[in-house]
Structure formats: C-alpha cells, structure tokens
Design a protein around this ligand. Structure first.
Ligand code: 0L1
Ligand code: MG
Length: 262
C-alpha cells in the first residue's frame, strides 16, 4: 500500500534536513513502526527526486548488505540498493572535509562502469559482465543519518542506504581480463592494515550482486543506463575515520584507491 503523500514528504524532509545539517536523528520506524520495505523504497525514490530537483544528477546505483555476515547481523536474507548522485563523487587528490559528515565509515568496493542500458528481472552475472566496460577499485563512505548508526532495514532503505560519498581509483580494467571473484583487498588507515577481505564476500561474485540490483529495479520497470556507475557492495567491514586520517584500499589486479580527510 502506498503511503500518504504528506507522510512521505514529511519523512523525506526529515532525512534531508539531517543530511544537510549533519546531525543524527531518531530512526523513522520509531514514529512509523508499520512501514514496509516497498514503502521504504518509495520514500528513497522521493528523496532522490528531491535531490534531482535541487540540481543533483543521478549517476548510478549502490548495493548494500551484500555479505552474508552483514545480512545475518541485520537478520535479513536480502541485499538492498540505493542511488549514487553526482555530488557524492569525491576525488582522490582533494582532502574531504570531516565537517561534511556525521559519523562516517569507509568500505572497499568494486565499481562497475555500465556501457549499455540493461533492464529485466532475470538478468544474470554474465549479462552484467557483458555490459560492463570497466571495473575499478573504489571506496564508499557511508554516513547513516540515524543515531549511533543504528536502524532497521526499512530505516536504512529510506535513508538511501547510508550513502554519502565515494572515491574511484584511476585504474579502469575490462572485467574480461580478470577473475572478479578472487580479488583480495586490504584497507589501511594511516598506513596500518585496518581490514582485509576478498571480493567473493560480495554474494559470491560482485557481478551477482549487480545482477540482483538490476532484477530488483526491473520489478518496478527500471534498470541501469549506459554510463551508470555501480558500487557492488562492501568487501570488508566498514572502518571509521577522523580528520587527519588517510584511508587506502589496495585491490589485487585492480590497483589502489585512497582519500584523506581534513
Ligand atoms: O553500503 C553499504 O553497505 C551500507 C548499507 C547500509 C548498512 C550500513 O549503513 O551499514
Ligand atoms: Mg557500501
């Protein structure tokens, strides 16, 4: 059932204000405990439309909760998706101000650059690899708008899956020339290893995660467009950082990506 338009707008205003004012807020399910996943995705879409009305361009999609441990932690069996906007893209060589965040964390991911429109409900990992021009090393910075980063699945979907910023490394590689399932990754903070993982943590293969997102979008007649960037999901746990910290993620065969926070 669709939510009352007034309620949707109220929640969108609430979440956007928290993001703009950089403050944590109570999760929305405290006030609206009966919200469903479908309604949460409708709120997410309204939030993205509001960002578009404010002049921000949608440039892709991101996956969340793609690892079994994270799904188990949240007591769910499915991943989630959100949208990437142009103003979320940060550059490796420009320190990112901490004042733009609430309580950020960084996680290493593989980015896909999509070269052809793709839509459907039975899309496979092979189909995704067939329309992917390049993959690249990436770091996503997540920054939940909710108090202490605590939420239910419905809350986090409405909050565009905690999206905040992302950085993409400068080595773009065709997915045809490497085994994306076996990419080892370590992420360091100030040159000390903070976490390690392998790309198989992302639903067994990052392209499987991207296919899941396309199929989910397909259920409501949407899909990916040529030129879209997709962040395929965290390979390791997310790491907190503070002003002055430098985070670097090193990917086997894909090179590295880093950022500094000021
Ligand atoms: O990108 C992500 O994996 C975040 C998904 C939402 C859960 C979280 O904020 O930890
Ligand atoms: Mg992520």
């Amino acid at each position: 059932m669709s939510l009352m338009q007034g309620t949707e707008q109220e929640i969108v205003d609430y979440l956007l204000a928290a993001e703009k004012e950089k403050r944590e807020v109570e999760k929305i399910t405290t006030r609206y405990p009966s919200l469903t996943f479908e309604q949460a995705y409708e709120i997410q879409l309204k939030l993205i439309e509001r960002k578009e009305q404010e002049g921000h361009r949608r440039i892709g999609v991101k996956l969340g909760l793609t690892s079994k441990p994270k799904q188990e932690m949240m007591g769910v069996h499915e991943s989630i998706y959100g949208y990437l906007m142009e103003d979320m893209l940060a550059l490796e060589w420009e320190p990112i101000p901490f004042s733009g965040f609430i309580h950020p964390k960084a996680e290493p991911e593989i980015a896909f650059l999509i070269d052809e429109d793709i839509q459907g409900t039975e899309v496979t990992a092979e189909d995704i690899l067939g329309v992917t021009k390049y993959v690249a090393p990436a770091i996503e910075i997540i920054d939940s708008r909710y108090l202490d980063f605590k939420f239910t699945l419905v809350d986090v979907i409405a909050d565009n899956c905690s999206s905040s910023k992302f950085i993409i490394g400068n080595k773009w590689v065709s997915p045809q020339i490497l085994d994306l399932k076996e990419i080892g990754v370590y992420m360091s903070k100030n040159s000390e290893v903070a976490t390690v993982g392998t790309s198989a943590a992302v639903l067994g293969h990052p392209a499987t995660a991207v296919a899941w997102a396309v199929n989910k979008l397909g259920e409501t007649g949407r899909g990916l467009k040529k030129g879209d960037i997709v962040l395929s999901g965290a390979i390791t746990e997310a790491i907190s950082f503070q002003p002055g910290d430098t985070i670097m993620a090193q990917f086997a065969d894909l090179g590295s990506v880093s950022f500094s926070c000021k």
